[in-house]
Design a protein around this ligand. Structure first.
Ligand code: SF4
Ligand code: SF4
Length: 367
């Protein structure tokens, strides 16, 4: 295993948002890899084992440690594998994940809601501005160039409605032939992937793959970087390219009207988009095409990933509050491109906007 290569240089301590917020070695990537290296010696100690399993879920899975590690320890793989093993070894210690796992097994969404409701709330909201939008909901036999994969957050959370509105208006304006999966969209499997449960995630992925490929689409487009990880790296899609909405629209438009605003903006790279999917240029390219000036935020983490909001919401909030203070975020509107980052920012009373909202406004204004 690659954790054996850790030479305890300490580089990862300087960038880990968890270590930054807690300040204790055992919470750091170096501390955790050390425990893995001496696991044989402490295996008999039940309390230590229990504490280590708890600490494994005190991590946002932001990937900063993997990026900086000079010994090439694939830390994200280490965390995934170790979480999966911990969950199998001691499922009772993770009772707080049971309702999420049951919901995903029974109704295939993280909220435990009726699968038929996936295309109800936002459809009702958008019907007036996009007449006939219900015709874009998938049914067996329908085909399209583009499948839209909304993901659980965007399907069910009203806090995402402004982004959804702008996203669908942008598809319509560009005359894209698209289908939304509706009740046939299952969770992409990302939450299970984050707990190391690949078997559970595969059940969901197989269904999505079948539906997406049946439409004959060239692209599946999502606004959610977590869904993008799953669609582009774990669904084994054949003949269908998975794209983030910033990638899709950056390809659509060589130029865009100027976005006129007096607001001060800061751009936050979602960890999963920037670090794991390597989508760095397209969001900036869209902002440049709209002539939006913004402050580059540190390439750090919002604190909302890796299931930390379930495991330890106080720690998750502490991470974004520390950032808000050190980067003076209350003076800015934070531009981002991830529904999960959006929830984290809004939940901590920070102003935020998705790139597609700016793009929609610029195109509306420039008509
Ligand atoms: S950066 Fe890599 S080698 Fe250095 S302490 Fe962290 S895990 Fe170990
Ligand atoms: S993935 Fe992020 S939060 Fe987790 S150990 Fe690495 S740097 Fe820390």
């Amino acid at each position: 295993m690659s954790f054996e290569k850790c030479v305890r240089c300490g580089s990862c301590l300087k960038i880990c948002p968890i270590f930054d917020a807690v300040g204790e070695e055992q919470y750091s990537p170096r501390g955790k890899t050390y425990v893995l290296q001496v696991m044989d010696l402490i295996e008999e100690d039940e309390e230590l084992g229990k504490e280590f399993r708890r600490l494994l879920f005190q991590c946002t899975m932001c990937g900063r440690c993997k990026e900086i590690c000079s010994s090439d320890v694939d830390l994200l793989e280490v965390w995934h594998d170790s979480r999966g093993r911990a969950l199998k070894e001691a499922p009772k210690e993770f009772g707080y994940l049971d309702s999420l796992r049951d919901a995903l097994a029974n109704v295939q969404n993280i909220y435990g809601l009726d699968p038929e409701d996936r295309a109800i709330y936002w459809l009702d909201e958008l019907r007036d501005i996009i007449p006939g939008i219900e015709d874009h909901v998938y049914e067996e036999g329908k085909t399209a160039d583009v499948v839209v994969f909304l993901g659980c957050l965007m399907s069910f959370r009203y806090s995402q409605m402004d982004v959804l509105r702008s996203f669908f208006k942008s598809l319509e304006r560009a005359e894209i032939d698209y289908l939304v999966m509706g009740s046939q969209e299952f969770c992409c499997g990302h939450p299970l992937h984050l707990m190391g449960d690949e078997e559970g995630a595969d059940v969901l992925r197989k269904h999505n793959k079948k539906v997406i490929e049946s439409t004959g689409a060239d692209y599946v487009v999502t606004c959610c970087p977590g869904c993008l990880i799953q669609l582009s790296m774990h669904h084994s899609l054949e003949g269908v390219e998975a794209l983030h909405h910033t990638q899709f629209f950056d390809r659509q438009y060589d130029s865009l009207p100027k976005y006129e605003s007096e607001e001060d903006f800061a751009y936050h790279d979602p960890c999963e988009l920037h670090r794991i999917c390597d989508v760095k240029t397209e969001p900036r390219s869209l902002l440049a095409k709209m002539n939006v000036s913004y402050k580059e935020m540190e390439l750090s983490c919002c604190g909302g990933g890796g299931l930390l909001r379930m495991t330890d919401p106080d720690l998750s909030d502490k991470i974004i509050r520390l950032r808000a203070a050190s980067e003076h975020l209350r003076k800015y509107t934070v531009i981002t491109a991830c529904p999960s980052c959006r929830e984290q920012l809004l939940g901590n009373n920070l102003e935020t906007v998705d790139i597609v909202e700016l793009m929609d406004a610029a195109l509306e204004e420039g008509r």
